[in-house]
Design a protein around this ligand. Structure first.
Ligand code: FES
Length: 150
């Protein structure tokens, strides 16, 4: 049974968040805040030399929708390559959660921003630079997917 405006999937990820915690030797790290509500999400990833996300963990100090979005984002990120992971939009997170109430969509946006920030952090470490990430993201939001993926 869905509880109020939240889907069963949201409730499950809120009550039993996947991949909560930190990764000590992460090579992609970010902390993003939502100025509207003051909630904060930290994201840690371990990306191997083939550019594959081997492990991902999060710590979110925020509302239930933010925790569910963070948890779902980690599940959607595991095993993906960096270029592919950059295509993870908040829409995809919301879809995987079977929807969020309109007033809670911004909570999933925080998860997308954390993913983008952590992957930007990784790209900087390996010398690919912020511009690369920005260009790819703008293409994704214009619906030009996979063009830059390699
Ligand atoms: Fe702050 Fe949901 S209310 S992220």
């Amino acid at each position: 049974m869905a509880a109020g405006p939240y889907s069963d999937v949201v409730m499950d990820h809120f009550m039993n968040p996947r991949n909560m915690g930190e990764i000590a030797d992460a090579n992609a790290v970010a902390e993003v805040g939502n100025p509207a509500c003051g909630d904060v999400m930290k994201l840690f990833m371990k990306i191997n030399s083939d550019g594959v996300i081997e492990d991902v963990k999060f710590k979110t100090f925020g509302c239930g929708a933010a925790i569910a979005s963070s948890s779902m984002a980690t599940e959607l990120l595991k095993g993906r390559k960096v270029d592919d992971a950059l295509q993870l939009t908040n829409d995809a997170i919301v879809k995987a959660l079977n929807g969020l109430p309109p007033a809670k969509i911004h909570c999933s946006v925080m998860a997308e921003e954390a993913v983008e920030a952590a992957l930007t952090n990784y790209c900087q470490r390996v010398g690919r630079g912020e511009e690369f990430v920005k260009e790819l993201k703008s293409k994704i939001h214009r619906g030009v997917q996979n063009e830059s993926a390699n």
